[in-house]
Ligand binder design. Structure first.
Ligand code: 8YV
Length: 321
């Protein structure tokens, strides 16, 4: 009998995924779900055939250079691949895959939660209720922004952006978007296309970010561009923290230029959301965009389908390098 491929599993995965890994592979599980140091990760990779990491395991060029020759694939449990140096992987002939499509709904749901939470000051309301400091009511109490009928601007009209736009349509919002390529009419669904980010921003009562973090999109939303938003706009980010110049956003939140921000992702995770934690007009979540049972299962199965293809000598469906 052929020896089963040895797979280093970056984090604790759902039961159903670990069961399939045990059935088909020789997994090196992370039972305690600890965040491995680079050295620990590299040590675990010795003699292994592939890695199944999350975005929390960083495969920089340096780490990839140190991987043993036995590693054939990095099959990510994520759609984002900014934690992997794709060029370095390609240069070493290591196949890299991701898990597209299966997180669209869960992430779009969180975008709506963030939009509404930010617009209606959910964090302040929660705090008042949980601290027992609700002592009075008046028509001026906790007045927020209504999103119904307003403009919902999307940067990155890919799979998640399109679903988020559909959900925003449910609030009667008019959809505007910037994308590298204009969508075909069936996907555009009458959304208004803007050729540049600068053209889009003045039309965003709510701006929702859905583009990947790449060298081109790092700090895409900077101080200069924030000024192009309508006064009192709401910023939502479920993509990657690196896309926002966080200091610039924090300043704009303090002046009220940006009325509120709903954020699920941060430039440095899991620590750097601290720059927003004392700013009351924010609604903050700890990178839970895809954190539903359905989606986490689907991500795991998709990652395993990719691994299965690699070890069957076939082209994996979601190859990104
Ligand atoms: C995941 C994500 O939770 O898939 C992604 O790119 O950002 C998240 O929703 C995470 O990456 C899992 O590794």
């Amino acid at each position: 009998m052929n020896k089963k491929p040895v797979i280093v599993v970056g984090r604790k995965l759902p039961e159903s995924i670990e069961a399939r890994l045990t059935r088909d592979y020789e997994p090196r599980f992370n039972a305690d779900d600890k965040l491995y140091s680079t050295d620990e990760l590299l040590a675990l990779c010795e003699g292994a055939d592939a890695v199944l990491p999350c975005h929390s395991e960083h495969f920089t060029a340096d780490v990839i250079a140190k991987l043993p020759d036995s590693i054939k694939a990095i099959a990510n449990f994520s759609v984002g691949v900014d934690h992997v140096d794709l060029e370095a992987a390609k240069a070493r002939g290591i196949i890299v895959t991701n898990t597209p499509n299966v997180l669209n709904d869960a992430t779009a749901e969180i975008a709506m939660l963030l939009m509404l939470g930010a617009a209606r000051r959910a964090h302040e309301g929660e705090q008042i209720m949980r601290q027992g400091t609700w002592t009075s009511w008046s028509p001026a109490f906790m007045v927020g922004t209504q999103v119904t009928g307003k403009r919902f601007g999307v940067i990155g009209m890919g799979r998640v952006g399109q679903v988020a736009a559909d959900r925003a349509r449910g609030f009667g919002m008019e959809i505007h978007y910037y994308n590298r390529n204009r969508l075909t009419p069936d996907l555009e669904k009458s959304a208004i296309y803007h050729k540049t980010v600068e053209d889009l921003l003045p039309h965003c009562d709510v701006l929702s970010l859905h583009c990947p973090a790449t060298p081109e999109t790092v700090k895409l939303l900077n101080a200069k561009r924030i000024q192009l938003l309508p006064d009192g706009a709401i910023v939502v980010n479920t993509a990657r923290g690196a896309i926002i110049d966080e200091d610039a956003l924090a300043s704009a939140l303090k002046t009220g230029k940006v009325a509120a921000a709903g954020l699920d992702v941060y430039a440095e995770e899991p620590t750097a959301q601290s720059i927003f934690k004392d700013i009351p007009n924010t609604f903050l979540m700890p990178h839970i965009g895809s954190a539903t049972h359905d989606t986490r299962d689907a991500m795991g199965f998709r990652a395993l389908d990719n691994l299965d293809a690699v070890f069957a000598g076939k082209e994996p469906r979601d190859r990104v390098a």
